[in-house]
Design a protein around this ligand. Sequence first.
Ligand code: AMP
Ligand code: ZN
Length: 667
Amino acid sequence: MESVLYQIIKLRDELHQHNNYYYVLDKPIISDYEFDQKLKKLQDLEDLYPQYFDENSPTQRVGGQITKNFETITHQNRMYSLDNSYSKEDLLEWEKRNIRLLGTDKINYTCELKFDGASINLTYENNLLKKAVTRGDGFQGDNVTANVKTIKSIPLKLPNSQLSSFEIRGEIILPIDGFNKMNQDRVEAGEDPYMNPRNTASGSLKLQDSAEVAKRPLDCLLYQIIGNNLPFKTHFENLQFAKTLGFKIPDSIKVVNNLDEVLHFIDEWDQKRFELPYETDGVVVKINSVDYQEELGYTAKSPRWAIAYKYKTEQVLTKLLSVDYQVGRTGAITPVANLEPVELGGTIVKRASLHNSDQIEKLGLHINDEVYVEKGGEIIPKIVGVNELKRNNESQIVQYITHCPECHTKLKRTEGDAKHYCPNEYGCPPQITGRIIHFISRKAMNVDGLGAETVELLFKHKLIYDYADLYALKVEQLIPLERMAEKSAQNIIDGLVKSKEIPFEKVLFAIGIRFVGETVAKKLAKHFKSIDNILKASYEELITVDEIGGSIAQSIVDFSNNLINQHLISRLKSYGLQLEISIDESIKTSEKLKNLIFVVSGVFEKISREELKLLIEQNGGKVGSSISAKTNYVVAGDNMGPSKRSKAEDLKIPIISENVFYEMIEE
Ligand code: AMP
Ligand code: ZN
């Protein structure tokens, strides 16, 4: 019989390893299910035997620690910045100085991409992550260890190495996909989207609740290891050594023999960098020899042995014609610049986002100004500066509006909010139609045949004022509308009837309570089971629910206390929408899947992975842990791992969707 402690240690080691396979090497060797099972087993053991607590256990990655004030820590080795260069000439200049100071022209360089995120210094002692500190002013930074531990690609425990202690530096980044997904969720929940991945990454490190950080898809790319007894005499080899310890060191790094090759690397990545899953803004060139690095040392600000080359972001000058103000479904005002059309990166640009009034003030924008426009990671370009020399007496400072452009109500701006809001919730047309358009959208009620334009049309003709009105519509009312054929009118009505079957959690999302996005709606539906329970819930009850914070709870309470909303909900009820969780009668136990082996992968829309597995077993099937020749079907949700997909394809195993699976077990 193995001792409990032995079991715990073994599980921890295994999980550390699997973490590395999954998050660093991107080649998982066990299924997510097995991983979850092991993690759960470890968690159970740790709960039972708290005396074996370990702050670096894989269970600690979920976070939970709250930091009110981040402790200031003095760096053992200063975190310098880098000198910047913008041209070949700058680099040649740098090379000349190196040759002069070192007395040789035989100098190897490493070329690395300059990752755009927040720098971090990780300290390891006895193979354990001890500290993670931000750069701060270079001398002192903030202790953000609890938050950084939630980043899965950062090893908490290293395999035994000779190094007793060392520091490793890198960049905490937010990959573009993850960033966009976060923003999509925020917009759907009626929150402002984040500006860019870099700021969001550094902002994430300063969140007080590490469990919040754990939910963000942060990653960490390492670029420098510092220690007294590093095994090699070149920067490149030391980084490759760090890679064997489990750190994520991108393969883009390259050793070159001279400056020509550096320039070639820069050229090569000028465009290729846009294919990477994260943002980069340049190349960092470093002298590869550690001895040479030491010989050259540092200036007051930066190492002499390294230089950053910044890629030029394509910029154009054009004229600011006017500023429009858009009103969102939550009443949030977004200023948008209208520009004299100009080509930028192969497309014609006519509009640029301005985000909020602070942004306009910061730029000091005048109408008729010549402005610099740039494309960032976002889809719509942005104004980054003004050519003040060209300003003439035709130009007039942009005065931010004080009243709603749609309903003329005086705008409000609450302390701490970047945006202005129109408070006329029930009388402001874009807010009314915005809520209805959100209600019918694909992720909400998904009403076939009905789109945003038709909603505007119905509102214009005074046929609807809120989303409940949709269910009272009759074909005869629709047919007289512009461009409305009888068939499309009937389709709309059919789509609405069908939407009455949409499950409660989606209805809850569709209702559009501020801050209640898709995920929160799911949590609420699962916990409270019905709209009545949610409307009755107090603030205190709400915040006890997993993932429901203060602002969400307050928003729900405000919604529930509002008579108009109460009336709206009771009308939805009377039309027969799903306002409570239903137990789907069609899915009973059966023998339909007898002798079939399923592998389940990814995230599912309608049920959790565990529920899906249960369904397979209840219907006589077996759940396999990994794809093999014996597997009959792979049920794939969102985010199925690429290696799994290719394995299934290699073995020619059918990959089916969640819905196809339901069809297999339905009558
Ligand atoms: P700057 O902030 O312009 O002074 O540039 C220095 C910063 O670039 C460092 O603090 C790092 O956070 C960041 N950086 C990104 N990629 C690299 C890299 N490959 N090597 C060194 N520094 C990098
Ligand atoms: Zn308004």
